[in-house]
Design a protein around this ligand. Sequence first.
Ligand SMILES: CC(C)(COP(=O)(O)OP(=O)(O)OC[C@H]1O[C@@H](n2cnc3c(N)ncnc32)[C@H](O)[C@@H]1OP(=O)(O)O)[C@@H](O)C(=O)NCCC(=O)NCCS
Length: 147
Amino acid sequence: MNPQVTVEEVPVGVVLPLRSAVLRDGGPADLPGDDDPATVHLAARTADGRVAGVVRLSPAPCPWRDAGAPWQLRAMATDDAVRGTGTGRALVTAGLALVGARGGDLVWCNARVTAAGFYERMGFTVVTDPFDVPPIGRHVGMVTGLR
Ligand SMILES: CC(C)(COP(=O)(O)OP(=O)(O)OC[C@H]1O[C@@H](n2cnc3c(N)ncnc32)[C@H](O)[C@@H]1OP(=O)(O)O)[C@@H](O)C(=O)NCCC(=O)NCCS
């Protein structure tokens, strides 16, 4: 866990600016299901309150594995000013703990191939061949079990 950030559950409006800047080149960044009551948005804040990283978790069927209570991780992004300092790890660690506490037993994601190594560090496993998600690029399916 990065001691320089605090991870907290936040309204979607808090995560959208960084999500847009990092993942959508400044464009619209809202996603279907953002406002669903079960959807969780997490923000990692620096000591001065700045949002340095964001992620979304929501219950969703896993395309590749049977699970009783699967959740999807989406829209993971950290500010490039803090990359490599543990902010992404703090978000995923908090997210997996939160999903487990809410009864989830598996978390899956469509990972950009450029980020697959990060998710592997977080305990995820690649379970698909690479596939295209236009216009973003190559992705792989990844999963991690929670129990
Ligand atoms: C991928 C991303 C979220 C990682 O965030 P981060 O804050 O740099 O991650 P951390 O500093 O917590 O890194 C945790 C570990 O993963 C490693 N890591 C980070 N990014 C990595 C990458 N792209 N590939 C391989 N390893 C990576 C770190 O070196 C660190 O390793 P350690 O276990 O030795 O400490 C961030 O680079 C990002 O926002 N990238 C652009 C958007 C993106 O691709 N999002 C994912 C969409 S699927």
